[in-house]
Structures are given as structure tokens and as C-alpha cells.
Write a protein that binds this ligand. Structure first.
Ligand code: KG4
Ligand code: ZN
Length: 365
């Protein structure tokens, strides 16, 4: 299976067999293009996919050791994501499927993140996660608690009422002047900090499996405002090349004294995001008799979240419930998860026709 992923700011192609074994996974990041803007600029993302995608596909095929003719099907992310970005992947996937006379599989990006837990780089294939699976999906755009009774059988238990967990990390990182993307930056600074040094609120929303992170972001703003330096704002490096046709909006971050307790704030903020996620996921796993708890999405790369989830699941469910994380490379956006999910989708007989379109707001179910 060849998979293509262009839903956001990574151009990626991968070759995966049987939904499990990854033969190649190539990711071309647009990080440098968007960094100075402090977030993703959709038009720049779409245009970079156009220039990157063919070399990325060529490399993924070459590294896999397979030829085009060896492919059984072509899979592509259909949504959710940025329209202009999704269109690039969809058109290339259709063209390849048409030229090679192979079936086209349209993959939901959220389902792909979940199926990243079935992937392995190794020749020795480990056992599959056992159903029922309880999944915490935490990315830049989504925070959802999902019960998976079997392949393709998803039930929503809860979601964020406002910001996604990754979005909270990104906004928190801006408030702490740690840059973009925020998750890895916060995790790194938090490593040298003490999470107990500051008290930040948790929205428990008890009696539900929902989450909320907007109050936490406001609390961090209130806490850090008095620490900001008077000479207010600090422009981030401006890209060397910029298009004359586009007005450039300078992205600004607050400025702090060198002895400001940024590491402690980062640690307290990270813990205030991870604790409710871990506790409520473990409670849901226990309530719905899950056999496996899986973490998915970009925020699944967060080590504190992994550690907290292991702890809470052990407390709530005991040692017989397994906790599974995708390999770090398959947490953030990648095409291996798309090619992987496509095998399970094909098994349920779900092929896309030539009329297949993209769906920027496609839900999981
Ligand atoms: O899944 P993903 O690559 O893209 C979406 O589908 O949204 O997730 C990106 C998000 C970003 O918000 C990023 O800050 C967050 O995942 N992220 C992390 C870490 N690595 C990426 N958040 C916390 N800790 C990390 N180590
Ligand atoms: Zn994603």
C-alpha cells in the first residue's frame, strides 16, 4: 500500500504492508516556511505540497525496495485538514491509481492517527492491540476519547469543548515565548522545571469524558503578564525570502527577563494539560472494560503524557490492561499511518471511486 498525507504542513508518502509493517516513510516538513508566522499559513502549505510531493513519493518507493507495479492500492488522506493541502494529495493519489489501474482508498486522518498504533518497523510483527480499545486522540486540531469495539467500529465518549490539547501546547508556548510548534518546545523546557512551582487550574468537567483547556491558557496569560518586560515585544526572525505579493504579518512574542521561571511555568502548564487527559482516559478505560489503551496524534509524542497515562491506567485498571503508544515517528502527521489504516479500510470493502472528494471538516464518525 502506498499512502499519501498532505492534510496540513507535512508532505509525506509511505509504503506499508498489511496495515502493520512499514517499509518506508518519508516526511518533508514545511517547518521553516511557517515558523516565522508562528503558525501554519494555508496557502503557503498548499503550494509547498505541490512542489514536494512527487520527489517524496519517489523517495518512499525507492526506500521501500518496491516498484510502482508492486503496489496493490493507493491511499490518501481525505480529511479533516486544510482544503488546499488535501487537494494536492488527493489529485496525486487519483492520478497514480488511474495510471497504475489500482484501487484508491480515501482515509480519515483521525482514523489514520489511531491506526499508527498498529504500525511497526520491525520484521517481527508484535501482537495487535486487543479490543475493546480505548483511544485518546490528541493532536493540533482534535482531542477526543474514543471507544473502539473492533476494526472500524468507533464510539465517541468525549471531546474538548474548546481548544485541542496540541493547540493548548502551541498557545502556551507562545505565551512563554518558546516558539512553534509548541508541544516539543514546552516539553523540552519543562524537563528542567518543577511542575509544583505554580498552581494552574484543571477543568475536570466531572460526570463527562469531555475536556477543556481555554481556562488554563487564560490562567497562564494572567500569571505571566506581570513577568513580561516593559519594552513589550520581541520580533521573531523574519524569513530571508518572502513573496512580494503577500503582505508579511510579523509574528511577535512576549519578552521575559533571563531569570524568569519559564522552565517551572512550562512544567506546570504541561502537567495541567496531561493530568486530566490521563486521569479521564484511565477512568473511561475502566468503565468500558477496555483491554488496551492507545494514545494517538501529535501530542502522543509527549513523554509526560505517556508516563502519566501508564501510571493512571495501572491505578484505575490494574496491570492486565495494556497501554500502547505509536513509535515517535508515527505520532505527528505521516503517511505510514494513512497507508496502514487503508489496509483495514479495504478489508471492510470500502474503496473510493473516481468521484472521491476531499472533506476539510470530516468527522471520525
Ligand atoms: O497530529 P499532528 O502532527 O497534527 C494534527 O493533526 O494536528 O499534531 C500536531 C500537534 C501540535 O499542536 C504540536 O504542538 C503537538 O502536536 N506536539 C506535541 C509534541 N509533539 C507534537 N505536544 C506535546 N508534546 C510533544 N512532544
Ligand atoms: Zn494529525
Amino acid at each position: 500500500m502506498l499512502g499519501l498525507e498532505t492534510s496540513c504542513d507535512e508532505t509525506s508518502a509511505a509504503v506499508v504492508a498489511d496495515g502493520r509493517r512499514v517499509y518506508s516513510s518519508v516526511i518533508s516538513s514545511q517547518f521553516e516556511i511557517h515558523r516565522a508566522h508562528g503558525g501554519i499559513v494555508p496557502e503557503l502549505a498548499a503550494r509547498s505540497h505541490i512542489t514536494a510531493i512527487i520527489p517524496v513519493v519517489e523517495r518512499a518507493l525507492h526506500e521501500s525496495g518496491f516498484e510502482r507495479d508492486d503496489l496493490d492500492a493507493i491511499a490518501v488522506t481525505q480529511g479533516p485538514g486544510l482544503a488546499g493541502s488535501l487537494v494536492v494529495g488527493m489529485n496525486v493519489a487519483k492520478a497514480m491509481a488511474y495510471a497504475l489501474t489500482r484501487p484508491l482508498v480515501a482515509v480519515n486522518h483521525l482514523e489514520a492517527h489511531i491506526y499508527a498504533n498498529w504500525l511497526t518497523d520491525s520484521k517481527v510483527i508484535p501482537p495487535e492491540p486487543e479490543f475493546p480499545v480505548l483511544c485518546l486522540l490528541v493532536s493540533g486540531g482534535h482531542t477526543e476519547l474514543i471507544l473502539m469495539a473492533g476494526h472500524g467500529r468507533f464510539q465517541h465518549l468525549g471531546r474538548t469543548l474548546d481548544d485541542a490539547a496540541g493547540e493548548a501546547f502551541d498557545k502556551g508556548a507562545r505565551l512563554l515565548a518558546l516558539g512553534f510548534p509548541g508541544g516539543p518546545a514546552i516539553q523540552e523546557r519543562a524537563g528542567a522545571g518543577n511542575a509544583a512551582a505554580f498552581e494552574l487550574p484543571r477543568a475536570w468537567l466531572s460526570g463527562t469524558y469531555d475536556f477543556s483547556f481555554s481556562g488554563l491558557k487564560t490562567a497562564l496569560l494572567r500569571l505571566t503578564e506581570p513577568m513580561r518586560l516593559a519594552s513589550d515585544e520581541n520580533p521573531v526572525d523574519v524569513p530571508a525570502r518572502r513573496e512580494a505579493s503577500r503582505p508579511f504579518r510579523e509574528h511577535r512574542l512576549p519578552r521575559f527577563a533571563t531569570d524568569a521561571p519559564i522552565a517551572d511555568l512550562a512544567a506546570a502548564f504541561q502537567e495541567a494539560i496531561c493530568e486530566p487527559l490521563a486521569v479521564k482516559t484511565a477512568q473511561a478505560a475502566s468503565a468500558f472494560n477496555a483491554r488496551t489503551v492507545v494514545l494517538a496524534g501529535g501530542v502522543a509524542a509527549n513523554q509526560n503524557l505517556r508516563d502519566r497515562l501508564l501510571q493512571e491506567v495501572a491505578i484505575e485498571c490494574g496491570p492486565e490492561v495494556r497501554v500502547s503508544f505509536p513509535a515517535f515517528a508515527y505520532c505527528t502527521d505521516n503517511a505510514a499511518m494513512v497507508a496502514g489504516a487503508a489496509s483495514w479500510i479495504i478489508r471492510r470493502g470500502d474503496l473510493a471511486g473516481w468521484e472521491a472528494d476531499i472533506f476539510p471538516r470530516l468527522p471520525l464518525l
